[in-house]
Design a protein around this ligand. Sequence first.
Ligand code: FAD
Length: 301
Amino acid sequence: MSATNITPIERESVRAARESARTSVVIIGAGINGISAFRDLAMQGIDVLLIERDDFASGATAASSHMIHGGIRYLENGEFRLVKESVQERNGLLKIAPHYVKPLETTIPIYSTFSGIFAAPLRFLTHKQGKPQERGAFLIKIGLTLYDTFSRDGGNVPRHRFHGRKKSLQQLPKLDHDIKYTATYYDASVHDPERLALDVLRDGDAAHSGAHALNYVEAIGLDDEGVLLRDRETGNEFHVAADVVVNASGPWTDLTNEALGTDTAFMGGTKARTSSSTTPSSLMRRPAVRSSSSTPMAVSS
Ligand SMILES: Cc1cc2nc3c(=O)[nH]c(=O)nc-3n(C[C@H](O)[C@H](O)[C@H](O)COP(=O)(O)OP(=O)(O)OC[C@H]3O[C@@H](n4cnc5c(N)ncnc54)[C@H](O)[C@@H]3O)c2cc1C
């Protein structure tokens, strides 16, 4: 008999979910958002089933630029709360996951002293998102000082440094010799986001006996009996009823909503018109389906 003819055996974890057929919350999609929601619920003692159609953390979470950044560029749009939160999350990750998250030294070459001092406040005051102009030393100094201020509580990355042309070229001789200054500040990077995500998953799994996570199981529909799931290994389909269904399928959010019976248009290119990806308007009648789009991995690049 060839290997392709072997009938796959149903996994014990899938059998248990199929036979139980009920939980409080079903989360669709085990990227960092679905996994974090899973852990959060498990730690509150809430029964939860997390399902992922491929391997855990194999979607956008595995394909990120591996930055854990505080979103310095959002300062210019006046999004202080977002930047503060992101910097604090970054510092938190540096503290609790130093085996994965490392400080990232970043140097900005600067070609002028005062460029952008009129354009940037205008963008801030009018909330315009247009193309930013070149920023000079003055603006960058203000931005980095604010960035450091948000970091005060964490204190786990050094404060920024400013250098003139001579010292900058001594330290980084391959830089363009036309620069006037450099500014060096710190963010953080994560080399293996999947491993960090798996740690969060295991944390949730260990926190509550009613918390279960299944990979290679996909959500394909929703009806009065609950969410219709398909075990991709055996092809078996089964229902799991829940009070709440969370759609945390990231870039696939609209497709998942469509499979569940609701048309949405949350996803779009950043350069094109997009509808808000934070509006939970995909709430559905039979169990409530919530689309998750916030990211605990700092802001997106
Ligand atoms: C090019 C790029 C670079 C980025 N760089 C950074 C960065 O440097 N730093 C940063 O913090 N963020 C970055 N981001 C953003 C970050 O990657 C995302 O915000 C985050 O990974 C989203 O996680 P998620 O859980 O929402 O989605 P995903 O990780 O995509 O998880 C969704 C999961 O849902 C599963 N799924 C879909 N449909 C179904 C279904 N029907 N049934 C079951 N499962 C299903 C998918 O298989 C997938 O695993 C970047 C994003 C991109 C695209």
